[in-house]
Design a protein around this ligand. Structure first.
Ligand code: BG6
Length: 484
């Protein structure tokens, strides 16, 4: 099964923060893969822009090193690498001053798509947007891509939206949430809205509860200073986990187009209940044989920032009233795994002699690793000896179902950048969506801050603090196991 790859139009893509971590780790390696795959046209030009003093040759050499470092060994074709590096140039630029802007302007070609990736601190969004517009570098068809964090709270997100709106229309602004670029996340929409099978059951009458887990094995590492100002709520829940929740909970959009999809997601965010203090568990990993504690990692023994968060929340609308959503995310947990589990109710009456509350029908959507879906069903245990029931998975691993093609699933970033070039905003957050997400997040954070809540310690390599288990136990439910 070979998917047809349609090349995008020729483009000039300027990456502000071109020497930064994200550019080296994700953006340039991703673009290389798009070129190797035939999606990025040979006429594309990539322009790194940063404060560093560097010429084209030095910048290209640094990108060559990044490709070696961040793409799988043996994944590089020397001829393609040479072609890719030839497409790249560098501009030394002062985001808040005058230097470099006229050089950048001269580099931009006519009659190609212009995209500007702001892989920089949010405080630089406005100065860069202003210079791009006022110096005539970005026209009315240009696109800008802005990275998270998009604000720290509702006020700052509103201010960012207002500032960007002075220079660019909403249709030109691409707010990235890289979770929306993950293969399985889009597949969630394909499965829900491309099949008859699930949608009739997709409501509180048939679904007992939903679990969303994004577990990581890494700690906060070198990002301690940034992370400690943010915490899991702002870093993961306000954006990635809420976006997943929206895709599960939204009504079927009339069309798969940017505003139809985003209108439906917005309605979900607006229907989220506020979260009661008893429905939230916050944690910090303790020190252990595997490494320092969270407090040591961030260098503040008194920090009250959470790097683990679990919560129970409701969506107050006709479809979901009565079906809780349990969200959980954390660092230094047992395994790196992201999973959405849709746990269906038991059959209304059992003709077999089996206990209630088995919840054998679970649709599990694995985002990573081993992207795929699994549906648990009850069957008769084979063999003689009466009617004994067992639960087995109907498994659809992408790697198995798609064979070789599964190995070529594009990384979230590369897919999203190609969407920018194509001018498709469906998988990007609209300004009102981001604001609504902050409007829900702010009071939850304010609530625990007002109570002076102190996160519970948990062991590295565990599933988080014990209180998180209780969150479900007291409802007569249990978390899915975190496993690789
Ligand atoms: C980022 C967060 O947005 O997502 C990180 O800032 C987190 O803290 C990362 O580690 C997780 O992304 P992924 O794609 O590795 O699951």
């Amino acid at each position: 099964m070979v998917a047809r790859i349609i090349p995008v139009e020729p483009f000039d893509l300027v990456i502000f923060g071109g020497t930064g971590d994200l550019a080296r780790r994700k953006i340039f390696p991703g673009l290389y893969r798009r070129l190797a795959d035939g999606q990025m046209p040979a006429e594309a030009r990539l322009i790194g822009a940063a404060r560093a003093e560097m010429d084209d040759a030095a910048f290209r050499a640094s990108i060559a090193v990044a490709l070696e470092e961040f793409l799988p060994a043996g994944g590089l074709d020397p001829a393609k690498v040479a072609q890719f590096l030839d497409m790249i140039s560098f501009v030394q630029i002062d985001a808040t001053g005058d230097a470099g802007w006229s050089v950048l302007k001269k580099k931009m070609r006519r009659d190609v798509v212009h995209a500007f990736y702001f892989s920089v601190a949010p405080s630089l969004f406005e100065p860069i947007a202003k210079r791009l517009k006022e110096r005539g570098i970005a026209g009315s068809a240009a696109r800008i891509v802005v990275e998270k964090p998009f604000g720290h709270d509702l006020d700052s997100a509103r201010a960012l939206n207002r500032n960007l709106a002075c220079y660019f229309d909403e249709a030109q602004i691409y707010r990235i949430d890289h979770y929306l670029g993950k293969e399985t996340v889009q597949n969630l929409m394909a499965v829900r809205f491309g099949n008859m099978l699930f949608e009739p059951l997709w409501n509180s009458q048939y679904i007992d509860h939903i679990q969303i887990t994004v577990a990581e094995t890494v700690g906060v590492g070198g990002r301690g200073e940034y992370y400690d100002r943010v915490g899991a709520m702002r870093d993961m829940v306000q954006n990635h986990l809420l976006q997943l929740l929206c895709l599960i909970a939204m009504e079927p959009p009339a069309r798969y187009d940017p505003d139809s999809v985003r209108d439906e997601k917005l309605k979900v965010i607006r229907a989220l209940d506020s979260v009661e203090p008893d429905d939230i568990v916050r944690g910090q990993y303790a020190g252990g044989p595997d490494g320092p504690s969270y407090l040591e990692d961030v260098g503040d023994a008194k920090s009250r920032t959470e790097c683990f968060l679990a919560m129970r929340l409701g969506v107050s609308n006709w479809r979901w009233a009565g079906t809780p959503f349990y969200l959980r995310t954390g660092k230094r947990l047992k395994a790196r795994t992201s999973e959405i589990a849709i746990v269906f109710k038991d059959a209304p009456h059992s003709i077999f002699d089996v206990p209630r509350g088995r919840h054998s029908n679970i649709l599990s959507i694995r985002l990573q690793p081993n992207e795929g879906m699994q549906l648990g069903v009850t069957i008769k245990e084979p063999g003689p000896g009466g009617m004994r029931l067992i639960d087995v998975p109907l498994d659809m691993s992408f790697a198995e179902a798609l064979g070789e093609r599964a190995g070529e699933i594009p990384d979230a970033y590369e897919r999203l950048i190609m969407d920018v070039i194509r001018g498709n905003q469906t998988l990007f957050m609209r300004g009102d969506e981001v604001e609504a997400a902050w409007a829900w997040t702010d009071p939850v954070i304010a609530g625990w801050e007002a109570r002076g809540h102190i996160p519970s310690p948990y062991d590295q390599g565990s599933s988080g603090p014990d209180d998180a288990l209780m969150l479900l136990h007291r409802d007569g439910r249990r978390w899915r196991e975190i496993r690789p």
